[in-house]
Design a protein around this ligand. Structure first.
Ligand code: CAA
Length: 283
């Protein structure tokens, strides 16, 4: 498939980043949000991110304009009718996502591949909400999407292997490395990463070491770009908590019990960068 036009539904941090990745690869993008206010936030994300690249001399003003011009922002899902692929990046609510997939299935041409960027919900359940389960995949990007080099390509028991391969090739065209994963809780990255992050919160909770010392230990001792608390703030504490719950639901293993301290932060609305305060940030 040529992938000349793609749709991105949901232009939060992940959706806007994904739209930028497609536009940078020369692909036309229709970015869809629920209302004008959300659309304006999506536009601001795109302008900020490409503006930063411009300031650093990574893009010329003309290249930046071309990238932005490739993204059409709209509140009408009907504009996705002719997309070759639509990727969904809306909040992680199964009922809302399933409804969206059913609608995309009705709206889009029969050959459209429907993809989800979910990090915690079963792709199989979304496929089952459509009349084309063989053309539904997970296409899981990492935050920040324009920077991180991986895409997990998630296939279900009913995904057409050809579709999985086409989406893998598309990821390569985007400058990413695809890894093929089956539809199991957490896929590869979150299944390995989240128990580690959760464990860091347990160490803090038990007074084994302080926040900054744990972050420095993992940054300087292991060579990670960010310590666990900075990374939790980037991912979003609510997202991290949700993924731990999904891992626990599938495994019923003590290893996956979400930290009570993490739960408390989420209950208090301290969600990390998206809310202005998490483990870091001004009180
Ligand atoms: N959007 C676009 N570009 C960004 C960006 C953003 N939000 N944040 C950083 N960048 C770019 C910068 O412009 C810079 O680009 P150049 O090298 O071309 O100049 C580059 O990334 C490096 O940025 P900085 O120099 O500002 O900062 P840094 O060196 O500290 O790197 C980082 C920042 C890339 C975020 C780095 O700290 C890092 O890799 N952190 C780990 C991130 C990570 O693990 N992400 C995965 C989370 S798990 C997930 O997302 C899955 C899930 O389902 C929860």
């Amino acid at each position: 498939m040529a992938f000349e036009m793609v749709g991105v539904v949901g232009l939060g941090t992940m959706g806007a980043g994904i739209a930028e990745v497609f536009a940078r690869a020369g692909i036309q993008v229709a970015g869809v949000e629920a209302d004008e206010q959300a659309l304006a936030r999506g536009r601001a994300h795109l302008e900020r991110s490409t503006g930063r690249a411009l300031d650093k001399g990574k893009l010329t003003p003309a290249e930046r304009e071309e990238i932005l011009a490739r993204v059409t922002l709209t509140t009408s899902r009907a504009d996705l009718r002719d997309a070759d692929l639509v990727i969904e990046a809306i909040p992680e609510r199964m009922d809302v996502k399933a409804e969206l997939f059913a609608e995309l299935d009705r709206l889009c041409k029969p050959s459209t591949i429907l993809a989800t960027n979910t990090s915690s919900l079963p792709v199989t359940a979304l496929a089952a909400a459509t009349g084309r389960p063989d053309r539904v995949v997970g296409m899981h990007f990492f935050n920040p999407a324009p920077v991180m080099g991986l895409v997990e390509v998630v296939g279900t028991v009913v995904t057409d292997p050809g579709v999985r391969a086409e989406v893998g090739d598309l990821a390569v065209r985007l400058g990413k490395t695809p890894v093929e994963v089956d539809d199991r809780a957490g896929f590869v990255v979150n299944r390995l990463l989240l128990p580690y992050l959760n464990h860091a919160v347990t160490l803090l909770d038990h007074g084994v070491a302080g926040r900054d010392d744990i972050d420095n230990a993992m940054k300087l001792g292991v060579g990670l770009p960010m310590g666990p608390f900075h990374l939790l703030d980037l991912i979003g504490l609510d997202t991290a908590y949700e993924i731990m719950n999904v891992l626990f639901d599938e495994s019923r293993s003590d290893r996956h019990v979400p930290s009570p301290l993490l739960r408390s932060y989420v209950a208090a609305g301290l969600l990390g960068r998206k809310s202005g305060r998490g483990f870091y940030g001004d009180p």
